[in-house]
Design a protein around this ligand. Structure first.
Ligand code: FAD
Length: 298
């Protein structure tokens, strides 16, 4: 696929057939036709406007909640990490944060500013854009509890400011105006004297004790059903250690599927289906994937 009429400066930076395995924390996924990591908003606007109207566009952050199938992504992928990286305190309690900022960086900077609670962001290995799309959360904290407004951009490159009230937000679920992506958010935290980087270290240590950190995964695969934990249901269905190809249900945390280094996306997807069917059989509960599955099967 060709990106039409791209200025040479941008054209040079558009990757063709870029392996998405390099851009996802599961380290699997086939090639994207076009892959673009913009410098800034003006850069991505030029890129979007130059694409043929029917070209599908997928935005990704750090690919930490994304299963890209082995046939890859038709159309264009825009990667925000490294772009949209502004992070500033705009007054006592408010922070303006670009969508490409890593959640861990936001957490650390809030500690320096004496703002919180933002420590929970430290263990989420994605971008703020991904956290906005997912309503990411941990240890009782949740992204959208802090959102005052967002800036978005659409397929034509039109930028809008939208108050949080224009979004329907629930546990790992965000619904807003369609066909727009996040480029920035204004977040509100409380002034909190006495929070320190020790608080972050403590949370990260708790994670390390209970999750297979360091192995290739996408974190929790399924959302927790009301009143229960997906990990408990998967564990008691006897699925810890169950393997398909190079994909395995983690023995440490049953809601994690890890890639042993040889997995194809198809192995992971088949294991997701197998776990769902087994939990349904064993407990009569339907688990819903938290991870986003995109692209074409091979
Ligand atoms: C070890 C590990 C631990 C994890 N722990 C947690 C946890 O505690 N809590 C939790 O909530 N999640 C957790 N996750 C999952 C993941 O980190 C979060 O969902 C994170 O918010 C995803 O961010 P990302 O930038 O990687 O998004 P991606 O994976 O790149 O994308 C996820 C979705 O967001 C969309 N998206 C990305 N950027 C934008 C944008 N700018 N505008 C619009 N849509 C966009 C994508 O199209 C996709 O649908 C964990 C993952 C791993 C690997």
């Amino acid at each position: 696929m060709n990106a039409l009429a791209l200025p040479p400066d941008i054209d040079r930076r558009v990757l063709r057939d870029e392996s998405m395995a390099r851009h996802t924390s599961w380290r699997v996924g086939g090639p994207a036709d076009l892959f673009f990591n913009p410098l800034d908003v003006a850069d991505v606007v030029t890129f979007l406007r130059a694409l043929e109207g029917a070209t599908p566009v997928l935005w990704v952050g750090l690919g930490s909640n994304l299963l890209v199938r082995d046939g890859g992504v038709r159309g264009a992928v825009v990667e925000t990490h490294g772009a949209f990286d502004a992070l500033e305190r705009i007054d006592d309690e408010h922070v303006r944060c670009g969508a490409g900022v890593a959640c861990a960086k936001l957490a650390k900077q809030c500690i320096k500013w004496g703002l919180g609670p933002a420590e929970f962001f430290a263990g989420i290995p994605g971008t703020v854009g991904g956290a906005l799309a997912m309503n990411a959360g941990a240890f009782g904290g949740e992204t959208w509890r802090h959102v005052i407004s967002v800036a978005t951009i659409d397929r034509e490159g039109v930028r809008r400011e939208r108050p949080a009230s224009q979004y329907r937000v629930a546990y790992r679920h965000v619904e807003g105006p369609p066909n727009e992506w996040f480029i920035e958010a204004t977040l509100r935290f409380e002034k909190r004297a006495g929070v320190s980087s020790d608080d972050i270290r403590l949370l990260l240590a708790r994670r390390k004790a209970t999750q297979p950190i360091g192995e290739w995964s996408c974190g929790s695969v399924f959302t927790n059903p009301p009143g229960d934990h997906a990990a408990r249901l998967i564990d008691t269905a006897g699925l810890k250690g169950h393997r398909i190809g190079g994909a395995r249900v983690s023995e440490m945390h049953a809601n994690f599927i890890v890639n042993d280094g040889t997995a194809k996306a198809a192995d992971i997807e088949r294991l997701i289906d197998y776990v769902r069917a087994s939990v349904q059989r064993a407990h009569g509960v339907t688990l819903n994937p938290e991870v986003r599955i995109v692209g074409e099967a091979r």
